[in-house]
Design a protein around this ligand. Structure first.
Ligand code: SF4
Length: 307
């Protein structure tokens, strides 16, 4: 018998639901084609599905038609990108930035107005961090770090106050540790504020942690460029799973690895649609006559954002 445990919550968060919904509404209102700057969310299936409906994903503003609507992705964009799009004369600009990322944008602008030294914790190359740092383009006293070892390279005076923001999809435990080290190193480090890891990231990591304590093998549905999905794979391995896989869909499922197991944990990143989980379950039921499925529920989510 195969025992399957499903992490709950899993899959789409409210920011992703809102962003995808905004693209679909825009398609209805304006017809195809419409343009989205960068992937609306980091999921291969979501992007491919929208492409079939007439959405064109572009990496540069110059590749979009200014006569058609242009949408900024859920990860947010810099001030410079917004200004450039406005000056190029795009008729319809729609901002699908997650409200929780916008909150981080407001915070970093406030720190800059207060002339604080600013530490941004996250991956410098991730679109969310590019958009966040891009809120204060001319501000010099800002640095991005992603691990404890990076603290040594900060050029700030130890006695000056420091403000910080974080990427919303980081590892909860690693970030806590990093903030603890910053506080030791910089006595004036702002301890009034907590990290900016969002509720959806926190809940999905907690659910995978619980899953990994019961299942030796864990599978995360999500794309390789999805930061929060990759984190779930790491959390699974750190929390007791002997093997954890990040797969886009059932076609990538590692059947050989399952042969020696009698239990399997499944979750999905915040940008992965639920049908991918259900498709995988249906496939598992084809392979196993006897299969028992249960949910491991660690939180109920009722967050919704206005479009
Ligand atoms: S993961 Fe969090 S910050 Fe990112 S889109 Fe979802 S709710 Fe917003």
């Amino acid at each position: 018998m195969l025992k399957v445990s499903l992490a709950s919550p899993r899959g789409f968060c409210s920011g992703v639901r809102r962003a995808v919904g905004m693209v679909e509404t825009c398609l209805k209102d304006y017809g195809a084609p419409i343009y989205v700057l960068h992937e609306i969310v980091h999921n291969r299936h979501v992007v491919a599905d929208l492409e079939t409906k007439g959405v064109v994903f572009v990496e540069n503003l110059e590749d979009a038609d200014i006569a058609r609507p242009l949408i900024f992705s859920a990860h947010g964009v810099s001030e410079a990108v917004v200004q450039k799009a406005q000056s190029m004369g795009f008729k319809t600009l729609i901002d699908a930035t997650c409200p929780l990322v916008e909150k981080v944008h407001r915070q970093i602008r406030k720190y800059a107005q207060e002339k604080l030294n600013i530490v941004v914790i996250g991956k410098a190359e991730h679109p969310e961090i590019i958009g966040t740092v891009g809120q204060i383009p001319d501000y010099k006293q800002v640095r991005v770090i992603k691990k404890i070892e990076d603290i040594a390279s900060l050029p700030f005076d130890k006695n000056d106050p420091i403000g910080f923001v974080t990427q919303t999809t980081l590892s909860v435990s690693d970030t806590k540790e990093l903030i603890g080290e910053l506080q030791k190193e910089y006595p004036q480090f702002s301890s009034l504020k907590k990290d900016d890891i969002c509720y959806a990231t926190t809940n999905r990591q907690a659910a995978v942690r619980a899953l990994a304590q019961e299942c030796r093998m864990v599978v995360i549905l999500g794309s390789k460029n999805s930061s929060n999905s990759k984190q779930l794979q790491t959390v699974a391995l750190e929390s007791g799973a002997k093997q954890a896989f990040l797969i886009d869909d059932k076609s990538e499922f590692p059947w050989e690895s399952l042969q020696s197991e009698d239990s399997l944990g499944i979750s999905a990143g915040a940008s992965a649609p639920e049908y991918l989980v259900q498709d995988l379950l249906a496939e598992l039921k084809k392979h196993y006559e006897n299969i028992k499925v249960r949910d491991i529920i660690i939180a109920k989510e009722n967050v919704t954002f206005k479009k």
